[in-house]
Design a protein around this ligand. Structure first.
Ligand SMILES: C[S@@+](CC[C@H](N)C(=O)[O-])C[C@H]1O[C@@H](n2cnc3c(N)ncnc32)[C@H](O)[C@@H]1O
Length: 298
C-alpha cells in the first residue's frame, strides 16, 4: 500500500515529491467499526447516550462500543470518505475550482493537488479568522490558491510562491475567469529565498494573517522559523502532509522508497518540533494527508 502505486513509482523515478492520495490513510486492515451489538446484548446499565437510536426510537447498534479517547477516528473506509465528499464538500465546491481540479487530475503530477475537503477547510479557516494578507508556499496548478483567493475579502491578497511557473500557468486562466487574479501575487523561485526577501522589508514583519505551506517537506522546519516572523501574533500557519500517507506511524524498519523515508522522517521531526514549540498552539487534523494548524502565540 505504501510502496507500489504507479504515481509513486513515477515520482521516485523523477525525484519529484510524492503525495499519496488521502485514501491511502484509509487502512483497510483496521476494524470497520466497533462490534454492532443487538440491543438485547447491550451491557447492563448502558446509557441512551451510547446507543445508536433509529428515528422511531429503536436501538439499531452500539457503534461506539470498544472506542475510547485513543481510537475514536472515522477514517476507516473509502465509502465514508466518499460520503463526506458527496454530502458536504462537492456540492459547495465553486464551479471554477471543480473545473481546475478536474483539469489538474489529468496532469501527470495531478496527485499533488490538495483534496476538495482540504480546500474547503482552507476556505473556512480563512473566513473564520478574517484573514486579509496571506502567504502560500507550493502552488502547483493553483487549486488551493484559487480556494484562498475566493475566500479572501475584496481587499485581500495572497503572495504565492512556487519554483514551477509552468504549472501555475495552467491554473492562472481559471483564477482570472473567477475574477480573483487581482488578489494573487505569484512569485517564481525557491520559497526559502522569497520568504527571506519578504523578511528583508521591515513592513512585512508580522504583517501576514495566514500562511499555507504545501511544498518541499524537508524545509518545513525552516519555513516555520521564517513564517513565525512574517505571520502576526494570533495569526495562523497551516502545514499540509503532516501525516505523510500514514508513514509517520509505521514501525521504523518498514521498507520505504528513499524519498518517502526522507520526507516521512522530516515530517516526523517537524511534528515533534511543532508539538513542543511554545510559540504556537497546534491542532493536528487527520484529513487529507494530515494537516497541522498552528496559531502564533508570541
Ligand atoms: C504538493 S504541490 C502544491 C499543491 C497545491 N497546494 C495545490 O493545492 O494544488 C507542491 C509544489 O511545491 C513546489 N515546490 C517544490 N519545492 C519548492 C521550493 N523549494 N520552493 C517553492 N516551491 C517548491 C512544486 O513545484 C509543487 O508545485
Amino acid at each position: 500500500m505504501f510502496g507500489g502505486s504507479i504515481p509513486q513509482r513515477q515520482a521516485e523515478q523523477s525525484g519529484q515529491p510524492v503525495h499519496l492520495r488521502a485514501t491511502t490513510l484509509l487502512l483497510p486492515e483496521h476494524p470497520v467499526s466497533a462490534p454492532l451489538l443487538p440491543a438485547s446484548r447491550a451491557p447492563a446499565g448502558e446509557t441512551k447516550r451510547r446507543r445508536g437510536m433509529a428515528a422511531g426510537g429503536d436501538t439499531v447498534s452500539l457503534v461506539h462500543v470498544g472506542m475510547d479517547s485513543s481510537n475514536k477516528t472515522l477514517l476507516k473506509s473509502e465509502a465514508l470518505y466518499q460520503y463526506v465528499l458527496d454530502t458536504s464538500v462537492l456540492p459547495h465546491e465553486p464551479d471554477c475550482m471543480r473545473e481546475l481540479r478536474l483539469v489538474t487530475d489529468k496532469h501527470s503530477w495531478g496527485f499533488m493537488q490538495s483534496s476538495p475537503d482540504e480546500a474547503q477547510l482552507l476556505r473556512m479557516l480563512l473566513k473564520l479568522t478574517g484573514a486579509r494578507r496571506t502567504l502560500e508556499v507550493g502552488v502547483f496548478t493553483g487549486y488551493s490558491l484559487l480556494a484562498t483567493a475566493l475566500a479572501l475579502p475584496e481587499d485581500g491578497s495572497v503572495v504565492a510562491i512556487d519554483v514551477d511557473r509552468e504549472a501555475y500557468e495552467i491554473g492562472r486562466p481559471f483564477i482570472e475567469r473567477a475574477g480573483v487574479a487581482g488578489k494573487v501575487d505569484f512569485r517564481e523561485g525557491p520559497a526559502l529565498e522569497h520568504l527571506d526577501a519578504l523578511l528583508a522589508d521591515e513592513r512585512n514583519v508580522g504583517a501576514f494573517d495566514f500562511a499555507f505551506v504545501d511544498a518541499d517537506k524537508p524545509n518545513y522546519a525552516r519555513y516555520h522559523e521564517q513564517l513565525l516572523r512574517l505571520v502576526r501574533v494570533g495569526g495562523t500557519i497551516v502545514y499540509d502532509n503532516t501525516l505523510w500517507a500514514g508513514t509517520v506511524a509505521l514501525p521504523p524498519d518498514t521498507p520505504l522508497c528513499d524519498l518517502d523515508r526522507r520526507f516521512s522522517a522530516a515530517i516526523k521531526d517537524l511534528n515533534v518540533k511543532l508539538s513542543a514549540d511554545k510559540r504556537v498552539e497546534v491542532c493536528q487534523l487527520a484529513i487529507a494527508d494530515g494537516i497541522t494548524i498552528c496559531r502564533r502565540l508570541v
